[in-house]
Design a protein around this ligand. Structure first.
Ligand SMILES: N[C@@H](CCC(=O)N[C@@H](CS)C(=O)NCC(=O)O)C(=O)O
Length: 298
């Protein structure tokens, strides 16, 4: 381990104890919902609507991946992808209710139930949900070996990379109770490296897996595309000069223009321009067509 002296620590004088203990009021955003234990904290059943697919989510980037996929499936004519999207307010701790924990023991959105199977099937983790839907409907996952493998490569790249953008950079840039240069430098460098990975790949590829739009694009766009659009963590796009990655911008804008993406971004959205929010979605007619050209802020 690198040599450390307590006066260089944050807060100054902090000494590492032998055993970590939980400091409930650490002041960071989300401090009130974070805790070091898993499992349900209160009794609460989840509502079930009329469609085969029941989604329990919120329009964070991880939530938007799934609503974009469902809207794309419906736009492509897969009527079996009709869904009810119920709002899970993670800031209020809805993810710790018994019903939600039964669908996702990890207490994080998005989570989905498929009631069209002989026994209802639970699906959690956004990547798993995207793959489940792609396989169920035979869509947005190429059949050809190379393109399918590339789709999976980039889908899993996203799962491993986005926590550095969200939990690392985003947290220390926007949510921590103080600005820690060391943490911001570390994660800004990593996120800029990731943006460069995407930019270099998109020089020769229209989409992440090549010429076809796939679940890999749907997984990556809500995180990195919206950062490029300046719609993540306040001024983070400017801070990271995200719009300077020209190939990433070209891809970002092409996907942002898709009507299904615009609709998907509105579902379970509770912040930003009220015209871009659809708290729950139960029917295609829930969208007000006049507002679909709005992609409000993350
Ligand atoms: N790896 C998970 C991450 C899901 C996740 O982190 N969800 C966040 C919102 S973006 C959440 O529900 N947080 C609530 C909490 O941590 O209590 C996925 O891709 O589905």
């Amino acid at each position: 381990m690198t040599e450390k002296s307590p006066e260089n620590n944050l807060p100054a004088g902090y000494e590492l104890p032998k055993v970590w203990t939980w400091d409930k009021g650490n002041g960071g955003e989300f401090a009130s919902i974070n805790r070091p234990t898993a499992g349900a904290q209160f009794e609460k059943e989840l509502p079930v609507g009329k469609h085969p697919l029941q989604l329990y989510s919120l329009a964070t980037p991880n939530g938007q991946k799934v609503t974009i996929m469902l809207e794309e499936l419906l736009a492509a004519g897969h009527s079996g992808a009709e869904y009810d999207a119920w709002l899970i307010r993670i800031g209020d701790g809805d993810q710790f209710g018994t019903g939600f924990v039964e669908v996702n023991p990890n207490s994080k959105i998005p989570a989905m139930m498929d009631h069209s199977t002989a026994e209802p099937t639970r699906v959690f983790e956004s990547g798993s949900i995207l793959l489940y839907l792609a396989e169920k409907f035979g869509a947005f996952l190429p059949k050809e070996h190379k393109a399918r493998t590339e789709t999976m490569n980039w889908l899993f790249w996203q799962m491993g990379s986005a926590p550095f953008l969200g939990g690392g950079f985003g947290h220390f840039y926007a949510y921590a109770p103080m600005h820690i240069k060391y943490a911001i430098d570390r994660y800004a460098m990593e996120v800029k490296r990731q943006l460069d990975v995407l930019d270099r790949h998109l020089v020769r590829n229209q989409f992440m897996a090549g010429s076809q739009y796939t679940i890999a694009d749907m997984a990556i766009w809500p995180w990195y595309g919206r950062l490029a659009l300046g719609q993540a963590y306040g001024d983070a796009g400017t801070f990271l000069e995200a719009s300077s990655y020209r190939n990433l911008m070209r891809w970002t804008n092409e996907i942002a223009a898709r009507p299904a993406v615009k609709r998907g971004c509105m579902v379970n959205r509770t912040s930003g321009d009220p015209a871009g929010q659809l708290h729950e979605r139960h029917d295609a007619s829930d969208f007000d067509t006049k507002t679909q050209d709005k992609i409000a802020e993350v």
